[in-house]
Design a binder for this molecule. Sequence first.
Ligand SMILES: *Cc1c(COP(=O)(O)O)cnc(C)c1O
Length: 399
Amino acid sequence: MSWTERYSAALMNTFGTPKMVLARGEGAHVWDVDGREYVDLLGGIAVNSLGHAHPRLVGAVTEQMQSLGHISNFFASVPQVTLAERLLAELGTDGRVFFTNSGAEANEAAFKLTRRTGRTKVVVAEGSFHGRTMGALALTSKQAYREPFEPLPGDVVFVPYGDAAALAEAVDDTTAAVLVEPVQGEAGVVVPPRDYLPAAQRIAHDHGALLWLDEVQTGVGRTGTWFAHRNPALVGDAVVPDIVTLAKGLAGGVPIGACIATGGSGKLFDPGNHGTTFGGNPVAASAALAVMDAIDEDGLLDRVVVLGDRLRTGVAADPRVTEARGQGLLIGLDLAEPKSAEVVAAAQDLGFIVNATTPDRIRLAPPYVLTDADVEAFVTAWPRILDQAGVRAGAEATA
Ligand SMILES: *Cc1c(COP(=O)(O)O)cnc(C)c1O
């Protein structure tokens, strides 16, 4: 039996049958079990910020595991406290952090935190993705994900994304929180107007509600700044959210999430209100510190901007891309025809890993350690990938 046959016989069929079986990686490259090499432009879905097998991350995890791997949250550890302080420092506010093992769990923690305001209503954007646990799913708009599991935890109201007027209409004095992604990742990298987040903050605060930003996908340098809501290319005026949730890229592939609450919201939980066994353990926290050190010391935020611009303009030059969105290394490409699955397959055939978010949208979220040569190779191959996928330009497609 092949590995994919064995996979299907042993694992639950939640993801469909995976397209390949990977064996190892280095930098932005991975190799499958047959030894074929690919340039990884998905990076574990915006997770492998330092790529694969980064010496700094390997070293940090190894050293931590050799001294103190896990201790439970009955005890504190130096990496955990250091990481919490570091995240608050990058955010530039006082506050408190709760560590989890994933994005959904960070959002669960935040969802529970909002209930501690004494209010229950949460206003969320259509097209949102906040995770698959029951609470996070209640905040996620996609019907296909929700329907099989209803009833979900309640008092969640959806409004069109990027529409401040709709937000103003929906938020009232019973609203606990307004929850939005600074850029919607799973929806296919949807960028709101520059005044959207400042408006969301104003509207939330006018009604005594919390502004909660889900930066699980956009945070930790993905758009070229530590937080997307601080990226002047994305957001007009300064925004100071009450809650920020992080996960994906934070520890470069070691599972971790963080629910950061600023100011007084950081004190909404009392002892016993929430908990986790693994969350923020010394290995995960050390891994996150290694990622943040590497981003700082290797100048990766600047690299993310340069690489992102080159990638975006490179692929957008093909007329079969009708729109190229995003900032830094979070890029969404609209195709002239709904053939994203074919594009993923053709890319794989030509040695590149890309991702389809919707039938006509491709997402790129490569490691920050992507090289100029990797970008060059992909941009050069892109027209051939579209040829092989049978994507035609607008005029031909409608003819
Ligand atoms: C991926 C993602 C999540 C869920 O994270 P998991 O680690 O898969 O639970 C939540 N919010 C956003 C914006 C995401 O992109």
